[in-house]
Design a protein around this ligand. Structure first.
Ligand SMILES: [Zn+2]
Ligand SMILES: [Zn+2]
Length: 374
């Protein structure tokens, strides 16, 4: 446990054993990926080694053929640890040992023989260092205006882990045949009788009606890089709030980018990922059809879509994951490893919220009261 105001090292405590992988040429220590220089750095002597950043991997894997043909050679470099508490599977280099789960903090974590899964094609390396992530978090927590005043100096920051989170991206060509109902407004004059001051009066008015006709059409569109999260871990509820990631920063996967960091094994399998991507594509097709058809009102009756040439990529996106303790409760937070955007849960002061609500009601009441005099 690390107190906020002392300068203990925030390095995570995955034990490092001797290895040939990414060895420092000056002192023989294990180098780790450094978000500041975006190269490898030796934590012992400070030596730096550049990583050749490339973006050549344009191969999209064929989705239908993937289930048996996909590249599973990742299991040769990674070992899978499973958390008994939250179920998250953490991938670490073969020479590393995990002693706690970065996603829920539990120490009930065991090494497994599980397959590491399909090897990632692209990775978005960390741009935000651990120190920057902690700074971003401190700024974020100082802006929790509804938090108890004691929070500012009364929380305990836990260990912070840099984790690559798995995503799927899918491409697909689509051809849709659809049926829509198109409504056109017209107006009729209607006459009716009303009772007014005890007398019967005849009034005429314009009433809007709608005339529907049915149309059929086709919609043809290629969808590129539809992004689907492949993680179901406990922190995933917060991930949406640190998005977006700038995917133009994706680089060819290299084991160096993961040195000193961990990766999560995808818990949403490829097939389930495609179903989620298909839902996203379907709603984009519907929006496309609604934009294409013009009328006073357009309603979709039926869409039949054929998906062709479905391809996918397994990619890794960077997140700093941590939590803080306050009044014996744990609050998790995330920092986007590329942009530094923070999301998290924080305690709320009932008094501050009640006071603000009452103040708002009072102000609105005063405005309404004086409106009558203007
Ligand atoms: Zn060194
Ligand atoms: Zn866990």
């Amino acid at each position: 446990m690390t107190k906020l105001d002392n300068n203990e090292d925030f390095m995570d405590e995955n034990k490092i054993e001797d290895t040939e992988v990414n060895q420092c040429s000056s002192c023989g220590g294990n180098t780790v990926y450094d978000p500041v220089s975006r190269g490898l750095k030796c934590p012992f002597c400070g030596s730096e080694v550049e990583i050749e950043a490339t973006r050549e991997n344009t191969t999209e894997h064929d989705y239908l053929g993937a289930l048996d043909k996909a590249d599973h050679s990742w299991s040769d470099e990674k070992r899978v640890f499973k958390c008994d508490n939250c179920g998250a599977e953490t991938l670490l280099d073969k020479d590393k040992v995990a002693d706690f789960c970065s996603f829920c903090g539990s120490s009930h974590i065991t090494v497994t023989e599980n397959d590491a899964g399909i090897k990632p094609a692209l990775v978005l390396p960390f741009h935000i260092s651990k120190e920057e992530a902690v700074d971003k978090f401190k700024k974020w927590i100082s802006k929790r205006h509804f938090a108890p005043s004691k929070l500012k100096n009364g929380y305990e920051l836990q260990k912070i882990s840099g984790a690559y989170i798995p995503y799927w991206t899918f491409d697909s060509d689509t051809k849709s045949a659809y049926i829509v109902k198109i409504g056109t407004y017209y107006y009729v004059t209607e006459t009716r009788t009303v009772q007014r001051d005890g007398k019967t009066e005849v009034v005429t008015e314009q009433v809007r009606k709608i005339r529907w006709r049915t149309e059929r059409g086709t919609y043809h569109k290629f969808y590129d890089d539809v992004l689907v999260k492949a993680s179901k871990n406990v922190a995933s509820g917060l991930i949406d709030k640190v998005e977006p990631f700038q995917l133009s920063g994706l680089l060819d996967y290299r084991t160096e980018y993961l040195s000193g960091f961990l990766a999560e094994r995808y818990s949403i399998p490829l097939k389930e990922g495609w179903l989620a991507a298909r839902d996203i594509i379907d709603s984009r097709i519907q929006n496309g059809i609604l934009r294409k058809e013009t009328g006073d009102e357009v309603r979709i009756v039926k869409v039949d879509t054929a998906y062709d040439g479905i391809t996918f990529k397994h990619i890794l996106l960077p997140l700093w994951i941590s939590s803080f303790n306050f009044n014996n409760k744990v609050y998790r937070f995330l920092v986007n490893g590329q942009t530094g955007k923070v999301s998290g849960r924080a305690p709320i002061s009932v008094w501050k919220v009640t006071f603000t609500v009452l103040l708002t009601i009072l102000v609105v009441g005063i405005v309404f009261f004086f409106q009558d005099f203007i």
